[in-house]
Design a protein around this ligand. Structure first.
Ligand SMILES: C=CC1=C(C)c2cc3[nH]c(cc4nc(cc5[nH]c(cc1n2)c(C)c5CCC(=O)O)C(CCC(=O)O)=C4C)c(C)c3C=C
Ligand SMILES: [Fe+2]
Ligand SMILES: [Fe+2]
Length: 331
């Protein structure tokens, strides 16, 4: 995607900008704030493809009232002093990347909630920026996430005077792969190697993969690249998918069921990393490190050792800054 306003300006003189876009998160761990967040998220046709007349009543009268208080309690368990982990870590990551790109304006925005993509792009423009590189913080491309960011950018750019380039994925970027591998290696050095290494990616409906979404293929390719960077065989990694939403089939094998099966087979320790998440969030800190860890123990396992996301680690910031500087891969 290349979006360019038709204003006749010389863009080369103005400082370039990098906009890191993450999913978004509630403003507070309350049912009211979660409801507001989920309402925006779940109205996105990239996320839920049901027709409005069918989906809207179900969403407004069943899903939002029932799910919001339940999910708010989960957010409350992981909330940090400065806010939701996803927001805190995304802001810290943008600061770390900015420190590596002198002369660039580096900002972050959220697809749902604040700060919105439109607001931050408008602020950048007001500060004299002409050229923006938008990097969705999803290493693996999916229509449900990356294309949704493209939609938000496409809605904000016309008439803004901004030249925008977007990077669709970085699932095989050597800097990113090395950073993930180093994270796992450091965990092994600190805690010893568990009996299994499991990589859990966020799922999407199988229906979307069947329709051509490359997400599953990219998760598999990332996993093979991480295995190679760790110097282990691909078959030494268990690849699973988490966070199923709704009743239709999602990508399989499912993370929790796999962990329970491993425990029943006698596996006592599992190291779990979530390389599809740039930063820690509800789906890693609550679902994996708390809920799935408990399920693993309940099925007879001893310890699920969660390996945190890259967050604002130097190697992560180095990798994203290098992506921003490199002209190839942007369109
Ligand atoms: C990493 C990539 C992600 C993909 C792909 C993805 C697809 C996807 N998600 C939902 C529904 C929900 N996801 C929720 C939380 C959530 N999802 C991602 C990332 C991806 N989602 C993140 C980083 C988070 C955490 C946000 C945070 O605040 O910490 C939620 C909200 C929580 C809940 O109600 O359970 C929903 C809902 C669908 C339907 C989908 C693909 C179709
Ligand atoms: Fe609606
Ligand atoms: Fe999600």
């Amino acid at each position: 995607m290349h979006m360019q306003d038709d204003a006749p300006h010389d863009a080369s003189a103005a400082p370039p900008a990098l906009l890191l876009v993450n999913l978004g998160t509630p403003a507070a761990p309350t049912a009211r704030a979660v409801r507001r967040y989920l309402a925006q998220f779940l109205h996105d046709h990239r996320v839920v493809q049901l027709t409005r007349w069918l989906w809207c009543p179900l969403l407004h009268f069943v899903i939002l009232p029932l799910r919001s208080p339940k999910v708010a309690r989960k957010y409350a368990e992981i909330w940090m002093e400065d806010g939701s982990p996803l927001a805190v870590h995304t802001a810290a990551l943008a600061t770390a990347v900015g420190a590596r790109l002198p002369g660039w304006q580096v900002r972050h925005a959220m697809r749902y909630g604040e700060p919105s993509v439109a607001t931050v792009l408008a602020e950048l423009r007001a500060q004299g920026v002409r050229r923006v590189r938008v990097l969705p913080l999803y290493p693996q491309y999916s229509t449900t996430t990356t294309t949704s960011v493209e939609d938000a950018v496409a809605a904000a750019v016309p008439g803004s005077g901004l030249q925008v380039q977007l990077r669709r994925d970085y699932h095989l970027d050597p800097g990113w792969v090395a950073a993930i591998a180093e994270r796992i290696r450091a965990h092994w050095q600190a805690h010893g190697r568990g009996e299994r290494l499991l990589l859990s990616f966020h799922g999407i409906p199988q229906r979307l993969v069947d329709a051509g979404d490359p997400y599953a293929r990219q998760c598999e390719a990332s996993t093979a690249a991480i295995a190679a960077a760790l110097g282990i065989a691909r078959k030494e990694i268990v690849l699973t998918f988490q966070s199923r939403f709704g009743r239709e089939a999602w990508l399989q094998p499912y993370t929790q069921q796999t962990l329970e099966a491993l425990a029943r087979e006698g596996v006592r320790t599992v190291d779990v990393a979530c390389p599809g998440f740039a930063v820690d969030c509800l789906e890693t800190l609550e679902e994996i490190a708390m809920q799935n860890a408990e399920a693993f123990r309940a099925a007879g396992g001893q310890a699920l050792r969660y390996i945190p996301c890259l967050n604002a680690a130097p190697a992560h910031a180095d990798a994203l800054a290098a992506l921003a500087r490199t002209d190839a891969g942007w369109s």
